[in-house]
Design a binder for this molecule. Structure first.
Ligand code: UD1
Length: 420
C-alpha cells in the first residue's frame, strides 16, 4: 500500500450514487488475532485493505504464521507458532495489537508485549485485560515496559468487567476458548463485532453462548480448527458515508451494509430529517434533500447506544445545520481533538469537558487541516465536502487506518477529492 500523506478536497458537490461498504476493521482485527488459536488454515473474506489490517498481518507473520492477501481474501496458516512476542514497533503502531495477547495466551500459554499505541483519543488502559488474565491463572509481570504473561494452566473464571470494554471482552474470549472449564464474562460489551468474533470462533469449533448480550459464556475446548469466514460490514464506515451524503444534502445507496448494527446512527439521522430505507438484507438508502434539523442531545454510549466512533462525523454534519446540537462523550475523555480543526473551517463549537455545543452554520470554508486521529480525520473530510474552496488534510495516514480507498469511494459518488 502506498503511503499517501495528505488529502485535498473541494467542497460543494452533492453526493449521489452507490457505495459498497467495506468489511469492518473492528471485526477483522480481533478475527485476524483469533486465527492464532487455530491448528489449520483460516481464510477471511471481506477483510478490508487497511494499514491496521496490514499491521495485524505483519504480527501474524512475526509469530510464525503464513499470511497472504488476494484482494479482500486473507489466508492464514497458523499450524506452527514460532514466537510469542508481539514486536514492539507494531504494538506502537496499533493499539489493537493487544488483542493478540489473549490469543497467544490461549494457544501458547504465554506472550510478551510492550504497552500499546494507537489513536490518541484518551488514556485507553488495559487493566481489565490484565486483571482477567490473572483471574484465569496467568502471571503478568512488567519488565522494562514489556508485559510478560505466562500460565502453566489457563482455567475458566467468572469475570465481571467494571465497564463493558470491547477489547477486554474480545481478549478474554480469545484466552477462554482453549482454557480448561467455563469462563463467564459479566458486563460484557454487546457490540456487533463481539458477535462476529463469536461466530468465527464457533465456526472453528469453540463453544460460546450469549455473545451480543451482557453475559458471554465460554466453555473451553481442547483444539480449534480453521475455517472460511466472511467479516461483517463496517457500521462506522457506513455511518461516515451516510454523514458525508447528508452534509451535501445528497442521495446515496449503501450496499453490503448491515442495517441492524447501524440502527443507533440511522435513528439519529432520521430524527434530523433524513429519509432512510433498508432494501433486502444489506442495502441502505439515504435521502437528505430535505431541510435538516439538529438531533436531540447525542450521548455516546456502549452498544446499542450511539457509537463514540461516529461522534466526530455526526458533529461535522451538525456543524452545517442551523441550530444548536449538544454532544456528551462518555467513552473516551479526549475525543474532541477534531473540534479545533473543524473550527478552522468556520464551525462554531465550544467544548467544556465531555460536552460539546455546536452552533450550526450554513457556511463553512476550506482550510489547511491536520487529522488528529482516525475518526476525527473522517469528520474533517465530511465537513470539507461542503466547505467552500479547497480543504487540505495532512496526517492522512490516520484516515487510511480505517477507510479503504476513501478518496476513490467518495469520488465515485461525485466528490471532488484526491490524495496528494
Ligand atoms: C474499541 C474499538 C474502538 C471504539 C471502542 C469503543 C476496536 C479495534 N476498537 O476500542 O474503535 O471506539 O471500542 O466502542 O474494536 N477501559 C479501561 N480499562 C481497560 C479497557 C478499557 O479503563 O482495560 C476503558 C477505556 O479507557 C474506555 C472504555 O473502557 O474509556 C471503553 O474502551 P474499550 O471498549 O475497551 O475500547 P477499545 O476496545 O480500545
Amino acid at each position: 500500500m502506498s503511503v499517501r500523506q495528505a488529502i485535498s478536497l473541494r467542497g460543494g458537490k452533492r453526493l449521489e450514487g452507490e457505495i459498497q461498504v467495506q468489511g469492518a476493521k473492528n471485526s477483522a482485527l480481533p478475527v485476524l488475532a483469533a486465527a492464532v488459536l487455530c491448528r489449520t488454515q483460516v481464510t477471511l473474506y471481506n477483510c478490508p485493505s487497511l494499514t491496521d489490517c496490514d499491521a495485524a498481518m505483519r504480527i501474524l507473520t512475526a509469530l510464525g504464521c503464513g499470511c497472504r492477501r488476494e484482494g479482500g481474501a486473507v489466508t492464514i496458516n497458523p499450524s506452527v507458532i514460532t514466537s510469542v512476542e508481539i514486536p514492539s514497533g507494531l504494538m506502537r503502531e496499533m493499539r489493537s495489537s493487544v488483542i493478540f495477547s489473549g490469543a497467544l495466551l490461549g494457544r501458547e500459554k504465554q506472550c510478551r508485549l510492550s504497552f500499546p499505541g494507537g489513536c490518541e483519543i484518551g488514556a485507553r488502559p488495559i487493566d481489565f485485560h490484565i486483571a482477567a488474565f490473572k483471574k484465569m491463572g496467568a502471571s503478568v509481570s512488567d519488565e522494562h515496559g514489556c508485559l510478560i504473561c505466562r500460565a502453566d494452566r489457563l482455567t475458566g473464571a467468572k469475570i465481571s468487567l467494571p465497564l463493558p470494554s470491547v477489547g477486554a471482552t474480545e481478549n478474554i474470549m480469545l484466552a477462554a476458548v482453549l482454557a480448561e472449564g467455563v469462563t463467564e464474562i459479566h458486563n460484557a460489551a454487546r457490540e456487533p463485532e463481539i458477535v462476529d468474533l463469536a461466530q468465527f470462533l464457533t465456526k472453528c469449533g469453540a463453544r460460546i453462548s450469549g455473545a451480543g448480550s451482557g453475559l458471554v459464556i465460554i466453555e473451553g475446548v481442547s483444539e480449534l480448527h480453521g475455517c472460511d469466514y466472511t467479516i461483517m460490514s463496517d457500521r462506522i464506515a457506513a455511518a461516515t458515508y451516510l454523514c458525508c451524503g447528508a452534509i451535501t444534502r445528497g442521495e446515496l445507496l449503501l450496499t453490503k451494509a448491515d442495517y441492524l448494527s447501524c440502527q443507533p446512527v440511522l435513528s439519529v439521522l432520521e430524527q434530523m430529517g433524513c429519509s432512510i430505507y433498508s432494501f433486502g438484507s444489506d442495502s441502505l438508502y439515504l435521502n437528505a434533500r430535505k431541510k435538516l434539523k439538529p438531533p436531540p442531545m447525542i450521548r455516546t454510549a456502549a452498544h446499542p447506544g450511539f457509537p463514540t466512533d461516529a461522534q466526530p462525523v455526526l458533529m461535522a454534519l451538525c456543524a452545517s445545520i442551523p441550530g444548536t446540537s449538544i454532544f456528551v462523550e462518555t467513552i473516551f475523555e479526549n475525543r474532541y481533538r477534531h473540534v479545533s480543526e473543524l473550527i478552522r473551517l468556520g464551525a462554531k463549537i465550544n467544548v467544556e469537558g465531555r460536552v460539546a455545543v455546536v452552533e450550526g452554520t450554513e457556511r463553512l470554508s476550506g482550510a489547511e487541516l491536520m487529522a488528529t486521529d482516525l475518526r476525527g480525520g473522517a469528520a474533517m473530510i465530511t465537513a470539507g465536502l461542503i466547505a467552500e474552496g479547497v480543504t487540505r488534510i495532512g496526517n492522512a495516514a490516520y484516515i487510511y487506518r480505517g477507510y479503504e480507498d476513501i478518496e476513490k469511494t467518495l469520488r465515485s459518488v461525485g466528490a471532488d477529492i484526491k490524495p496528494l
